[in-house]
Design a protein around this ligand. Structure first.
Ligand code: HPA
Length: 236
C-alpha cells in the first residue's frame, strides 16, 4: 500500500511513532537508539525508519516543518497506517523567563490561530489537548530518569519570522508558554481519529531573555529527550 505522501507498506510502520521535524534527526534517532533499522519512507526526503527499542517496534518519521506538513503525515499515519500513538520530539522558543533554554517541556495543549481546523466549523478548536495517557507516562518516566520537566500550553504558529509581536497577546489571552510550529495539527488529528498524541519540546531559545542553545548543547539535550520519549513510548 501507499498514500499520496507515504510509500511504506502497512506492516513496515509501527503502531508507535516518534516524529522529529528534521529528516536528519530521524536518521540520527533511528541509527543511534534503535536496532535492526529499516528505511521505510523516502518520499519528499521525509525519511522514516522502523526499528526495535528494547524489543518493541518503533517508527521514527520526520514531520517536516509547520502545521500543514505535520497535518498531512499525522493524518495518513493515523487513518491509513492505523498508528495508535504519536509523540512529537521537537524544539520550541520560550515566552516565559522561567522556562529556560535546555528545559524539557511537555505539551498539555496547543493553541493556534490557524485555519487548519476549517473543516470542523462547528467546534471550538482554537485549543486542542494532548493525550492525558501519554502525558502521565511521560511525567512518571521523567521522574524515574531524574529529569526536571516543565508542562503547559504550546502556541503553534504559522510564521517563524515575526511571531514575537503576538507573543505577549498569546501569553495573556491564551495562556501559552512556548512557541513552535507543528504540535497543533498533530493534536487536532489525534482528536479527530480518537488516537493519542503529545509533544516533548526542548527549549532552544528564550524570546524574553534572547538566550539560545549552542550546537553542542542541542545534541546533548536531544539525547536526553529522545531517551525520555523512547522509555515512555514502550510503556504505552
Ligand atoms: N518560533 C517558532 N518555532 C520555533 C522557535 C521559535 O522561536 N524555536 C524553536 N522552534
Amino acid at each position: 500500500m501507499s498514500t499520496p505522501h507515504i510509500e511504506s507498506n502497512k506492516e513496515d510502520i509501527a503502531k508507535k511513532v516518534i516524529m522529529p521535524g528534521d529528516p536528519e534527526r530521524a536518521k540520527y534517532i533511528a541509527e543511534t537508539f534503535l536496532k535492526d533499522v529499516k528505511l521505510v519512507n523516502r518520499v519528499r526526503g521525509e525519511n522514516a525508519y522502523t526499528g526495535n527499542y528494547k524489543g518493541q517496534p518503533i517508527t521514527v518519521f520526520s514531520s517536516g516543518m509547520g502545521i500543514p506538513s505535520m497535518g498531512i503525515y499525522s493524518h495518513e499515519l493515523f487513518s491509513e497506517y492505523d498508528v495508535d500513538y504519536i509523540i512529537r520530539l521537537g524544539t520550541a522558543g520560550s515566552y516565559k523567563e522561567d522556562i529556560k533554554v535546555k528545559d524539557i517541556f511537555i505539551a498539555e495543549s496547543a493553541y493556534s490561530g490557524t485555519s487548519f481546523d476549517e473543516s470542523s466549523s462547528n467546534e471550538n478548536t482554537l485549543i486542542v489537548n494532548s493525550s492525558p495517557k501519554i502525558n502521565s507516562v511521560l511525567i512518571q518516566t521523567a521522574e524515574e530518569l531524574g529529569l526536571n520537566i516543565k508542562t503547559g500550553r504550546v502556541h503553534t504558529t504559522e510564521a517563524f519570522y515575526g511571531h514575537d509581536n503576538i507573543g505577549e497577546k498569546v501569553v495573556k489571552e491564551y495562556n501559552a508558554s512556548v512557541v513552535e510550529m507543528e504540535t497543533y495539527s498533530l493534536l487536532f488529528n489525534a482528536k479527530k481519529f480518537h488516537k493519542d498524541a503529545s509533544a516533548v519540546l526542548t527549549i532552544s531559545d528564550n524570546l524574553v531573555t534572547k538566550e539560545e542553545m549552542s550546537r553542542e548543547e542541542r545534541v546533548k539535550r536531544l539525547n536526553t529527550s529522545i531517551t525520555l520519549v523512547l522509555e515512555t513510548i514502550i510503556k504505552l
